[in-house]
Design a protein around this ligand. Structure first.
Ligand code: PMP
Length: 387
């Protein structure tokens, strides 16, 4: 086994695929610091700049707990009043009957999908869905079909061919895609789900806080809450906190409490985190301007990238710069870091082979000047990289 591990790491390094961890010394708005060097951070999911918002911090300080951990799973002694309050608040926010809070988005997706599907069922999943969705599908052990990214024609083809062979079926997609920054055709999927009698689950991790009138997400923006069975999302991105939720019917919530292993067998979120998530929800609803500025900045950056001959995709606050080769993406990321821009190179298997990229995620805290300076810097490296 040791030899295999050594070989694996050496090969990863050789192919430009080795993952490493970089300790950050300090975070401040759109900046991060490593030792004393300052970087503009283009890799944070704190889209609305709420994680270190003074109003949120002072609220958390005021509620500083009389204990830290809750010392039990939700089914033992881990359900506090604030857990229930947060679940009721999410149900209302997402316009569903009920909600259940999970310790992370990863745990929510893995647990929910593997609880829903049994032998004899099948799953239809977008090819670019997040790893946590894929892991939930693999854990369920049922037959699954991957449809081409955002391609409802292909989804329909698969449904036509396969659906009748299985008892129950689930369709699952992200609403805002984490690596491409584009939006799923939810309305068309809802139409197909009705025709082919499937359950429909969406992951709104990157949409919550950013889209919809109160930041309630894409499903809410399109008035489709009644048509989507499970609306999952996280507190860890635009809400600046930690943990996740799934909004659904009361009956589905009861079912999850009884069978969902990632919910049952894990210590509950500490109440202080739950209270911070509640406060963040208030801020998200109130601070409409942050959403507007964020999306204006995203459009501005995308336009500048295209104007300067870079390849990009999508229409949200996640802006990829497609490089193709792993080593090119890594080299550019290193060069940008030298100039004070923290941008991560995302490589396979996180994205398809041949589509290595820089993944820029914008936040409310980025200024136009920062974006313009970034474009200038990027253009300076074009020739070196043969872009
Ligand atoms: N779903 C999507 C689409 C994600 O991008 C992520 C993480 N970035 C998750 C789920 C997992 O969420 P968490 O970080 O809370 O585990």
């Amino acid at each position: 086994m040791e030899q295999r591990i050594k070989k694996f790491l050496a090969e990863r390094k050789e192919k430009g695929l080795l993952r490493t961890l970089t300790p950050i010394s300090r975070f401040s708005g759109s900046k991060i610091y490593i030792d004393s060097k300052e970087y503009v951070n283009f890799s944070s999911n704190d889209y609305l700049g709420i994680a270190d918002d003074p109003e949120l911090i002072s609220a958390v300080l005021r509620i500083l707990p009389d204990r830290v951990g809750i010392s039990g799973s939700r089914l033992m002694t881990g359900t506090s009043g604030v857990h229930i309050k947060l679940e009721n608040r999410i149900a209302e926010f997402k316009n569903k009957e009920a909600a259940l809070v999970f310790n992370s988005g990863y745990q929510a997706n893995v647990g929910i999908i593997s609880s829903l599907c049994r032998k004899g069922d099948c799953i239809f999943t977008d090819r670019l869905n997040h790893a946590s969705i894929t892991d939930g599908i693999l854990l369920s052990g049922v037959k699954y079909f991957r449809f081409k990214h955002n391609d409802t024609g292909h989804l329909e083809e698969l449904l036509k061919k396969e659906r009748s062979k299985y008892k129950s079926a689930l369709i699952v997609t992200e609403t805002v895609f984490s690596m491409d920054g584009d939006i799923a055709p939810i309305e068309k999927i809802v139409h197909l789900k009705d025709i082919y009698k499937c359950m429909f689950m969406v992951d709104e991790a990157h949409a919550t806080g950013v889209f919809g009138q109160n930041g309630a997400g894409i499903v809410s923006a399109q008035n489709l809450s009644g048509k989507v069975d499970i609306i999952m999302g996280t507190f860890s991105k635009a809400l600046g906190g930690f943990g996740a939720y799934a909004a659904m019917s009361r009956e589905l919530r009861d079912y999850m409490i009884n069978v969902c292993r990632s919910f049952i067998y894990s210590t509950a979120l500490p109440p202080v985190i739950v209270m911070a998530n509640l406060k963040a929800l208030d801020l998200v609803v109130k601070e409409t301007k942050r959403r507007q500025v964020l999306l204006e900045n995203s459009t501005f950056l995308r336009e500048k990238l295209l104007e300067n001959g870079f390849k990009t995709k999508g229409e949200t606050q996640i802006v990829p710069v497609i490089m193709g080769e792993n080593k090119k993406a890594l080299l550019l990321s290193d060069r940008l870091k030298e100039s004070g821009f923290w941008v991560i190179a995302v490589r396979p298997p996180t994205v398809p082979a041949g589509e290595a990229r820089l993944r820029l995620s914008l936040t409310f805290n980025h200024t136009k000047d920062m974006l313009e300076n970034f474009i200038k810097e990027l253009c300076g490296h074009k020739k070196t990289l043969g872009y």
